[in-house]
Design a protein around this ligand. Structure first.
Ligand code: HGY
Ligand code: MN
Ligand code: MN
Length: 419
């Protein structure tokens, strides 16, 4: 591709401007999905796309597509993007880098007057994080047929607000049925969110796949009781059971070392009063591993632990699996485009399987897909201290641009080769 180079300063300025929408005192970002802050960043992003002459459409899960025409507009677009929602104590780069690097790539093409063969589209997927509405990657999951739209729209946050109501409230429920939007390919640039690239001194991660993840919701039920007047042997302490479950999830992951991870990230203790023995606890479990068979083994151990721990304590316990995203291998042609783009730019690379979940993991079910990683300082993410440098962000954006153009060239050549 002729010398098309993204503008590092412009990208960084966009990243910092977006980070100010929901910016926190500690330098992070709290911009939960479908809140007014999400609406503000969506409006900001839409205005920037339209200023570039892009056509912005929204589907009925709120996912945004910003389109630039190519030579063959009868072809499905090559899409690239990520998400603009964050964790409650999120960073400036998780998700935003992938969306804004795509914006910068399109700006570079517009300035150069470069017309792609296929149309291209920047995508902002709704609710990648799953922090407010579980599970994560909801919109890309509906897009890929993993969840039905009605099931997703009915998911509620911990205050009982539904996804559908929140989407209406911010004015981003589009007309297009989610999933009726064929893509020629999808590329996602993301921060690694782990320590490997930095430890090995690599500039770019050529992401070959994503590990599997399963999310569960657990309810432990005992009996509210007086902390002073209730003898120990008469208690049905839901929090004691929950605490032992937290420890057991950790033990299950360690028993499937070295690649397994297991976490209880959310817990609600009721009535949460200092002098009441807790009668009910809600908690979440997040299990991950690159192999489905190991996830099955971890799940079996988790299921067995419920009665093992709760029965002796006189507790009732129920568990629901609310997400099961199997391990994903990305499309070889898309991965080859990423590799070629990184090599052309002279970056040091290594192949890597993503520890974190991403929209690309679901999109890969319906379109050829690949991802690009840049290093995270100290491997820290889902943390207000999350950081990648201006140069690292620009390197990722450059590879993203060139990977899309490489894939676009392959599409054109394939068309040229066909009778
Ligand atoms: O959970 C994840 O891996 C992603 O950050 N949503
Ligand atoms: Mn992310
Ligand atoms: Mn995240």
């Amino acid at each position: 591709m002729r010398n098309l180079v993204v503008d590092a300063e412009r990208l960084w300025s966009d990243l910092m401007e977006a980070a100010a929408i929901g910016g926190t005192a500690k330098g992070g970002v709290c911009r939960l999905t479908l809140t007014d802050l999400d609406r503000q960043v969506r409006d900001w992003f839409k205005a920037r796309c339209e200023a570039l002459g892009l056509t912005v459409t929204v589907d009925d899960m709120g996912t945004m597509f910003a389109r630039r025409a190519g030579q063959r507009n009868d072809l499905p677009p090559i899409a690239f993007g990520s998400h603009l929602d964050t964790q409650p104590t999120g960073g400036k780069f998780d998700g935003a880098l992938g969306v804004l690097a795509a914006l910068e790539a399109v700006r570079t093409l517009v300035e150069a007057g470069y017309e792609t063969y296929a149309p291209i589209e920047i995508v902002n997927w709704t609710n990648e994080e799953g922090a407010r509405f579980a599970p994560s990657m909801t919109a890309s999951g509906v897009f890929a047929g993993v969840f039905t739209r009605d099931w997703a729209a009915a998911r509620t946050d911990r205050d009982g607000v539904s996804f559908g109501a929140a989407l209406e409230a911010i004015g981003y429920r589009g007309e297009e049925p989610c999933g009726r939007h064929p893509l020629s390919a999808f590329f996602e640039l993301h921060i690694e969110q782990g320590p490997i690239l930095e430890m090995e001194g690599k500039d770019i991660g050529v992401v070959t796949g994503v590990q599997g993840l399963r999310w569960y919701e657990v309810l432990v039920t005992g009996q509210d009781a007086h902390t002073g007047a209730t003898p120990m042997h008469m208690r049905r302490n839901a929090l004691l059971g929950a605490a032992r479950l937290v420890d057991r999830v950790d033990a299950i992951a360690l028993a499937h070392a070295p690649l397994a991870v297991g976490t209880v990230g959310m817990m609600e203790v009721r009535p949460n009063s200092r002098n009441v023995v807790p009668g009910e606890v809600f908690l979440t479990v997040d299990l991950r591993h690159p192999e489905s068979a190991v996830l099955d083994s971890m799940e079996r151990a988790l299921v067995a632990s419920l009665s093992e721990i709760c029965d002796p304590l006189g507790l009732r316990v129920s568990m629901e699996r609310i997400a099961d995203a199997p391990p994903v291998r990305f499309d070889p042609d898309c991965v080859a485009s990423v590799r070629a783009a990184a090599a052309a730019a002279g970056y040091a690379t290594r192949d890597i399987v993503s520890g974190a979940g991403h929209d690309a993991a679901y999109v890969a079910r319906v379109a050829p897909t690949a991802m690009i990683f840049v290093p995270s300082r100290g491997g820290i993410s889902h943390n207000e201290a999350e950081f990648s440098s201006k140069e690292q962000c620009a390197a990722g954006a450059q590879v993203l641009l060139q990977a899309v153009l490489d894939y676009d060239r392959r599409l054109a050549e394939r068309a040229g080769r066909e009778p």
